[in-house]
Design a protein around this ligand. Sequence first.
Ligand code: NDP
Length: 248
Amino acid sequence: YYQTFQAQPDALKNKVILVTGAGDGIGREAALSYAAHGATVILLGRTPAKLEAVYDEIEQAGGAQPAIIPLDMKGATEANYRDMAATIMDQFGRLDGLLHNASMLGILSPFQHIDLATWEDIMKINVTAQFMMTKALLPALLAAEKSSVIFTSSGVGRKGRAHWGPYAVSKFATEGMAQVLADEYENSNMRVNVINPGATRTSMRSRAYPGEDAMKLKTPAEIMPVYLYLMSDESSHLTGESLDAQNR
Ligand code: NDP
């Protein structure tokens, strides 16, 4: 039912929500959508111009003033995440929501041809960066009255598929990290869940499937119900789940 969930206009009022990869694709849409439902969003991504465009769009729509954190997760260190967490604590005193959305696809190729550098970049951006960021932000997430952490998986994070190499492995790790955290914090104010977006019309999807007709795919806007459901208090009973944004 969450695939058709309709959020109240003020469902995220007074919530401070960080979205990674907020400059493009699904993350951009989630940031706009969270802001439209009353949240103050913190836009994290690696291309400042894209984040600024989302910032402007939110302001023009009358949303709460966002914050921007330009950060390339490929090079970021624990110290960067600690500084980021300190800034968020200074400014807001808590974090109500964290959407781990940014990730790297890499190149689809036979296992034999995966080069180590690509493998390591994908693990860094898709897994280690999420570990470092979540660890640094735990005090802020536990300071909120109710907080929601959402990880982003994929069909290949539940069943491996030929040629999806390190991306698929990283998504299995993502599912695992979410389960570990959900279990560890089961009796806290923080819940941890996973979304599998399903095939969605973004530049990552067209890199993975260059030949397909993108117009047949759902748009990021069409998969927002589950993103709003998991971020709002409507799902406050739910933790340790992995949900599909699309029914297909
Ligand atoms: P896009 O490639 O369209 O957007 C990804 C966003 O993440 C971009 O804004 C990108 O920044 C940012 N990003 C990438 N690398 C880094 C980095 N090193 N540091 C900071 N930010 C970074 O992807 P989608 O919107 O399609 O995907 C969003 C999530 O959904 C991903 O986790 C993906 O794996 C998952 N997913 C998507 C599916 C689909 O069909 N689209 C299907 C299944 C899962 P920049 O704009 O600067 O490149």
